[in-house]
Design a protein around this ligand. Structure first.
Ligand code: ASP
Ligand code: MG
Length: 417
């Protein structure tokens, strides 16, 4: 017998039939003798609608009222799932964020969980009752409802799993796991049976959007094993995948991964834009004069490349920003032109970042060299490069995305045999 947390996203609870289907998934775990807490999202599309309404009624709405409105979708699904469970003979009770409570800070609209009082939940689970929690919401220090930012129910699930010291946090979604790359680009992509927290963080933040990045960070900090699986598989099928787990991907500590791949996956992100400053004075403080104003404007800078200067007086600098912030970033740099003192400013949103990720890279040389050679043989020009211990990212022209991802996927032998 184990204590497990099951989380169902918006597409998994999109209508009443799917909610009934979710109830059967829960019943299977209860029948296996487990104590179960369930976290639900709002029905697909609901939160978008609620957000739209707050914006339409007033663009400058109060963030506390935004939270009062957009948290409502999860209340509906929590109640409906509790009813569906009771209907098939499973004892269940719904819980809203404030009833647990899931305590958060006061950053309405993007609140952080500060603590969960899990005692009452533990108590009910011990009595054999399934706890169905509304994800995405909490209670702020001002005694008002808060929400955790879009996609936040993943974070709710991991936080509850940590508070309950659950054996596992199962994330049920519309895909059956984490793949070596986007299967829409490479049909030969394979489902990974295991991936480390660190690799998943790189995959998630680089555009493999299965889970909210913050939830993966939280899982890593608290050592919560997360299992990504499909809610569309038949609930009563006793399918087997890796060991005693059904098909899916386990996100876990790297100690749990026996065979460490050099390269685990290829991610890409189209959410990038590149900005280049030419002939910037090469002197102390220059990077601060460029990146300070961007930070002040809440713009995240990612890849940064600075040249050595040929004449010891000037240098060129290239960096990337989220595509949505491109225009704003260009404006910020233009406004700071006097202080920075560059000669030419240029930018392009026609770029994509492709990354090769794997914990095995720590102990293997030559991954980058192989990568650059393979891309060169396809005539793909690399505009910028950054690396970390477990990843190599390059910036290329967007038109080459598919070719680059496919080339790298087969180069590192990730294609399904
Ligand atoms: N319903 C919320 C959203 O759409 C939270 C979630 O689904 O994770 O962002
Ligand atoms: Mg989600």
């Amino acid at each position: 017998m184990a204590r497990i947390v099951m989380k169902f996203g918006g597409t998994s609870v999109a209508d009443l039939d799917r909610i009934r289907n979710v109830a059967r998934h829960v019943r299977r775990e209860v029948a296996a003798g487990h104590e179960v807490a369930v976290i639900v999202s709002a029905m697909a599309g609901t939160t978008n609608q609620l957000v739209d309404w707050t914006r339409s009624i007033s663009p400058l709405h109060d963030a506390r009222e935004y939270d009062a409105v957009v948290s409502a979708g999860e209340q509906v699904t929590a109640g409906l799932l509790a009813i569906a469970l009771q209907d098939i003979g499973v004892a269940a009770r719904s819980w809203l964020g404030w009833q647990v409570p899931v305590k958060t800070d006061d950053a309405h609209g993007a609140a952080r969980i500060t603590g969960i009082d899990a005692e009452i939940l533990r108590d009910r689970l011990g009595q054999g009752q399934v706890a169905v929690l509304a994800g995405f919401q909490g209670l702020g220090p001002d005694n008002r409802i808060t929400t955790l930012g879009r996609g936040g129910s993943d974070t709710s699930a991991v936080a509850v799993a940590a508070a309950l010291q659950a054996e596992r946090c199962d994330i049920y979604t519309d895909v059956d796991g984490i793949y070596t790359t986007d299967p829409r680009i490479v049909p030969e992509a394979r489902r990974l049976t295991r991936i480390s927290f660190e690799e998943m963080l790189e995959m998630a933040s680089l555009g493999a959007k299965v889970m909210q990045v913050r939830s993966v960070e939280l899982a890593m900090i608290h050592g919560v094993r997360v299992f990504v699986r499909s809610s569309f598989a038949e609930p009563d099928d006793a399918q087997t995948g890796d060991g005693d787990l059904p098909p899916g991907t386990l996100i876990c500590d790297e100690d749990e991964i026996v065979e460490k791949q050099i390269v685990t996956g290829i991610a890409y992100s189209k959410d990038e834009a590149k900005i280049t400053l030419r002939r910037v004075p090469d002197k102390p403080g220059i990077a601060a004069s460029v990146f300070g104003p961007l930070a002040d404007s809440q713009i995240n800078v990612d890849v940064i490349v600075q040249n050595v200067s040929a004449d010891a007086r000037h240098t060129d600098m290239t960096f990337t920003v989220p595509r949505a912030d491109f225009e704003k970033a260009m404006e910020v740099i233009r406004d700071a032109s006097e202080v920075i003192g560059y000669e030419e400013l240029s930018g392009s949103a026609d770029v994509v970042k492709v990354s090769v990720i794997g914990i095995g890279m720590r102990s293997h040389a030559g991954v980058a060299a192989q990568m650059f050679k393979a891309l060169a043989s396809k005539g793909i020009n690399i505009q910028a490069i950054t690396t970390s211990e477990i990843k190599i990212s390059i910036l290329i022209e967007a038109a080459y995305t598919e070719l680059a991802v496919r080339t790298l996927h087969s180069l590192y032998e990730l294609d399904r045999p």
